[in-house]
Design a protein around this ligand. Structure first.
Ligand code: G3H
Ligand code: 13P
Ligand code: ZN
Length: 332
């Protein structure tokens, strides 16, 4: 058993309480690679922001769970080396799909886990979440649950359609499951294609797709029933058009990619939404920089030559999210 406390990590409890009270949201950035980890830490330190580094089941399969755990420990030490005296870094399991996976992560240094029972019948979601909570709380590990279904791909789980969270269920669910935070469905979805062109309108001036707005009425209803309770938004990449354009101009093919407009995420951050998940925007920033580099410098073949601009571009994006969208800067 390795406690996250030995690794210098923190859980989400105090972080979320401060974020809800302060009207900002904590960035939850997925990572799979060294360059993502470095860029996340540099961005968090430079902006004095707490940060959640999250690992999906797919990331564990790709990079190895043990390596990712040591990378998170390395992230804490790296943040100190960069001058941050008291880094606030959470290592979080994203979309845990079983008690066993959550337990393995808790036993191996994670400070927070998500148990995603959103595809299960209501009572089974409560029972599974409760089981994880009972185990996690013995070690002061915090637990995120999910109620409502997001459209799109969630690791190995995918859904054609979304089912918005039913506000009338949230008090019963959070009380009986004992979860520390709740991911809800109000119109966000995973990936770089969050909406079909048919679901969008077109801006007559630019011809760009304009997605339907998030269901802020549902968010407000949930907030009024669970005052101060930490709410999480998954699928919150904004799919920046300039990155998509760079990818497409350099041999890529991402037609009609569309995300959540940043104004809406800015608005959500001021509410009880205190954790905002971003993965796809990091993938786009990395891919755009690498494609551009390959196009401009076809003779380069040392990975450091193209991974350096990729890391810089991700860092720029992370800083932008922290300062311009979530407002978690200057909180350390
Ligand atoms: O929720 C999905 C995250 O973007 C993780 O994606 O399962 O491909 O690592 P992944
Ligand atoms: P995006 O695909 O919008 O980045 O969402 C990531 C996410 O929710 C990870 O759990
Ligand atoms: Zn997610």
């Amino acid at each position: 058993m390795t406690s996250y406390k030995e690794l210098g990590l923190v859980n989400t409890r105090e972080m979320f309480a401060k974020a809800v009270a302060g009207g900002y949201a904590i960035p939850a950035f997925n990572f799979n690679t060294l360059e993502q980890m470095q860029a996340i830490v540099q961005a968090a330190v430079e902006t004095k922001s707490p940060v959640i580094m999250q690992v999906s089941k797919g990331a564990r399969n790709y990079a190895n769970g043990t390596i990712l755990r040591y990378m998170a420990q390395g992230a804490v030490e790296y943040a100190k080396e960069l001058g941050c005296e008291n880094p606030q870094i959470v290592l979080h399991l994203d979309h845990g799909d079983s008690f066993e996976l959550c337990k393995e992560c808790i036993d191996n240094g994670f400070s927070s886990v998500m148990i995603d029972g959103s595809h299960l019948p209501y009572e089974e979601n409560i029972a599974l979440t409760k089981k994880v909570v009972e185990y996690a709380h013995q070690f002061d590990v915090t637990v995120e649950a999910e109620l409502g279904v997001l459209a799109g791909v969630e690791d190995e789980v995918s859904s054609e359609v979304s089912h918005y969270t039913k506000p009338e269920e949230v008090v019963d669910f959070s009380t009986r499951s004992g979860c520390d935070s709740l991911a809800i469905s109000i119109g966000t979805s995973h990936g770089a294609y969050k909406f079909t062109p048919e679901q969008c309108t077109r801006d007559p001036k630019t011809g760009k797709l304009v997605p339907p707005p998030l269901a802020f009425d549902i968010l407000q209803d949930i907030e009024s029933r669970l005052p101060g309770f930490p709410i999480v938004l998954h699928g919150s990449s904004s799919v920046p058009q300039d990155e998509v354009d760079t990818i497409n101009a350099n041999g890529g093919k991402l037609p009609d990619a569309v995300g959540i407009p940043e104004e809406q995420l800015r608005e959500a951050s001021k509410s009880a939404v205190c954790k905002i998940n971003i993965d796809s925007d990091s993938r786009l920033a990395m891919t755009a920089a690498i494609r551009k580099h390959f196009n401009e410098k076809p003779g380069d073949f040392d990975p450091r030559q193209y991974l350096k601009p990729a890391r810089e571009n991700m860092k720029k994006m992370y800083i932008h999210k922290i300062v311009e969208v979530l407002g978690s800067n200057d909180k350390l």
